[in-house]
Design a protein around this ligand. Structure first.
Ligand code: GLU
Length: 500
């Protein structure tokens, strides 16, 4: 049987970065095993449906290069499965459980359910729920006569279908990450499978689809671990074999303690969503990794390492290499720290590795005013090894765009001394003599002139930098002079001599 894995998000808001990691692990294992990766939108809960979330999910996955196989629309556009389009299927399977006596109809009203809860709480029951014990005190097809049930159903009375959880049964399964998980069925309540409006709950739709779609491995977030025993019971009720399960550890805050939450992303220090998201109701904007200037290759590499490691020293992996190296055995069982600095490091590595033409395009795209290819190429040449994000091609060296109007005071006090003042006219003279104004020629001319006047060039270079950039530090100085051009450099030095 070939491997089939799926990512099954609910479109209840923007996809959290942890969701992208879940999708990635499913994708990697599917491809590693030579199988398929399916995308299924679990959109049966109309109350939680958020406009735009579904498009967001697809766009985010496409951005990082997680492409899904298969499409329910034969011959049509490539689209994910959507549970809202499969409603009839779930009702049919719920009926199957009714027919086999594994599920039952329940007619209890909201008031009656509330009353049950209150009574159980008053009686100090450990786990107040609608379960194998309490169901016998409620209005359902186990307590009402067959005629009564028939009559109520014929009258169109509101009714749900609940799973008849066995009274005493051990539920055990082997999680690929956590090993054996054992739960007693008495702790599980009779979950609603089909709601009064005919819509399935998450549990029913999820299990029916995983079965019908031939899913072999389910990799999902730890928050679903408590639902897994119920899912095992559902597979048993249907008489189906269950897929293998792997519940991924939580993502922790960068500090290393506490769960990474949506709020962390809204506080604004760093993104936790793959793409920028504008909340359709509040209009609030949450930043995205893409808009912040992260490259998708860096994201994939960073996410792969959030809880997994290859067991070697290698840190940079293409998607192909990840597919080859990935295994669930090497997924860590404890929480993974969301180390945003590591994400930045990856971005720097991947940015540096891009061909210069692409960097030129990125620099141009980030400039506020239009810049020429030639100027953009200069920025790239000068700053390539210093930037983490493409926008820094523009922000890193503001003095390339405008002559300084201020000079860093501490540097000026220390470096703009008598020797520097003597050196500047010599530097100007040297610059004037340079015909081919490139960094090597500039360097040679300046050094020659200063050395002849018995000034150690090293002693006045920071002053020169200060004169042309206003700063004490920055990118390669000779290259900076080359980019600025002879006339501009000389005029800046003259201005510094006047002002400082
Ligand atoms: N729809 C669920 C979610 O939003 C799917 C959980 C699962 O993978 O089974 O995460």
């Amino acid at each position: 049987m070939s491997a089939r894995l799926r990512f099954a998000p609910s479109p209840t808001g923007p996809l959290h970065i942890g969701g992208v990691r879940t999708a990635l692990y499913n994708y990697l294992l599917a491809k590693k095993l030579g199988g398929e990766f399916i995308l299924r939108i679990e959109d049966t809960d109309q109350n939680r449906y958020v406009e735009g979330a579904e498009d967001y999910i697809q766009e985010a996955l496409a951005w990082v290069g997680i492409n899904f196989d298969e499409s329910p629309k034969l011959g049509g556009e490539h689209a994910p499965y959507k549970q809202s389009e499969r409603k009839a299927i779930y009702a049919e399977y719920a009926q199957q459980l009714i027919d086999s006596g594994k599920a039952y109809y329940a007619f209890d009203t909201t008031d009656e359910l509330d009353a049950l809860r209150e009574r159980l709480i008053a009686e100090k029951v450990d786990n107040p729920s609608y379960n194998s014990v309490t169901r016998m005190q409620m209005k359902n097809s186990l307590t009402l006569s067959a005629d009564e049930v028939e009559k109520r159903r014929a009258n169109g009375e509101s009714c749900v279908i609940r799973l008849k959880v066995p009274i005493k049964e051990e539920v055990r399964f082997k999680d690929m990450i956590r090993d054996w998980v054992v739960v007693h069925s008495s702790t599980i309540d009779d979950k609603v499978l089909l709601k009064a409006d005919g819509m399935p709950t998450y549990h029913l739709a999820n299990i029916v689809d995983d079965h019908l779609m031939g899913i072999t491995h389910v990799i999902r977030g730890e928050e679903w671990l408590p639902s897994a025993p119920l899912h095992i019971l559902l597979y048993r009720a249907f008489g189906w074999e269950h897929p293998e399960f792997a519940h991924l550890p939580l993502l922790l805050k960068p500090e290393g303690s506490g769960k990474l939450s949506k709020r962390d992303g809204l506080l604004g220090d760093f993104p936790i969503f793959p793409l920028q998201w504008t909340d359709p109701e509040s209009g609030d904007v949450a930043r995205g990794f893409r808009e912040d200037g992260y490259l998708p290759q860096a994201m994939v590499n960073f996410l792969a390492f959030l809880g997994w490691n290859p067991g070697t020293e290698q840190e940079l992996f293409t998607m192909e290499e990840l597919i080859e190296s990935f295994s669930i055995e090497r997924v860590n069982g404890s929480g993974a720290r969301f180390d945003i600095q590591k994400a930045q490091w990856y971005n720097q590595q991947y940015l540096r590795a891009l061909p210069d033409e692409e960097l030129v395009e990125l620099a141009k795209a980030n400039a506020e005013t239009e810049i020429t290819d030639e100027f953009a190429a200069s920025l790239v040449k000068l700053l390539k090894d210093r930037v983490t994000f493409p926008k820094e091609f523009i922000t890193e060296a503001p003095y390339l765009f405008e002559a300084p109007t201020k000079y860093e005071e501490a540097i000026a006090a220390k470096q703009w001394n008598d020797q520097a003042k003597t050196a500047m006219p010599l530097i100007i003279e040297a610059l004037q003599s340079v015909e081919d104004f490139n960094s090597q020629q500039i360097h040679d001319a300046i050094f020659e002139n200063l050395t002849a006047a018995e000034i150690k060039p090293g002693k006045v270079m920071q002053a020169l930098r200060l004169a042309v950039s206003g700063q004490g530090r920055g990118a390669d100085l000779m290259l900076t002079l080359e980019i600025l051009g002879k006339t501009e450099v000389i005029s800046r030095i003259e201005k510094a001599l006047e002002l400082l």
